[in-house]
Design a protein. Sequence first.
Length: 323
Amino acid sequence: MAVYTEVPEDALEAFLEGYDIGRLLSCHGIAEGVENSNFLLKTTQATFILTLYERRVDPDELPWFLGLMQYLAGRGLSCPLPVADRQGRTLRTLAGRPAAITTFLPGGWSPRIDTDMCAQVGAAMARLHLLGEGYVAERPNSMGPQSWTGLLDACRARGDAVRPGLVHEIGAVLARVLPAWPGVGNNPTLPRGQIHADLFPDNVFFRDGRLSGIIDFYFACTDWYAYDLAITINAWCFDAQRQFMPARAGAMLEAYRRVRPLEDAEDAALATLATGAAIRFTLTRLYDWINTPADALVTRKDPLDYAARMAFCASRMGGPFLP
């Protein structure tokens, strides 16, 4: 359940008076996501998403996220469009939390993944990268390689309770990845720009088999485009038994290249980037696993799912990522 802050009806009605979107009909919590409180908001004019940003989100960064979504939506990407109030503001305060209303996207995410879906995701991600080139404001990747050593240190005391030797295993792979990262030492830099950085299946909507939208831009940042690909390959191209599915990855990469061709250096770095992406999610899941109370409303995600991805991707370092 992803509702941490309840909104009294009278407070919501007063909040909506500042918008030109009609009168309140209903507002129900959405049991998706882990970072913010989300509500399906219906008015006499349309259906919207109401988001209250919780403590893990830096309020100072919200204008960047909302601005990126507004920019991309305005250029044709199917993503939520922040709704401005009568004074032109897309970010306000409700129930003591920063809050925003965005347009509602039709469709929903699919727990079933096939190669055609992976191809559609690859093409959509390439379009996102190209469309975002005009959004010049930058946001550093707060969950990039500079954060991983600190996260690992924070997990040392209790991380092996998940699996004996897990902390050492992560540390050994991290020691290989950090000096091989693009831009470190003599390693070449890569094309960079605005990336989604969290393009998991539950952040991509489909309708009648076609991709209908991309949501949840609150990990978006300015980083290597190929790193976004690496994150997404990790998220989409392994099965429920944690086995790599090369056909899915091949379809995603081929569709991406048709929209935005990859440079040779991006291809060469893909295994390292995929290993780093797997480290990032192994560590954040491990940290949450050992620090989230068992009775918390948030469902903890198993870090071993990404530890398996990390081990596979690390085995590809030094050679081509796809066989």
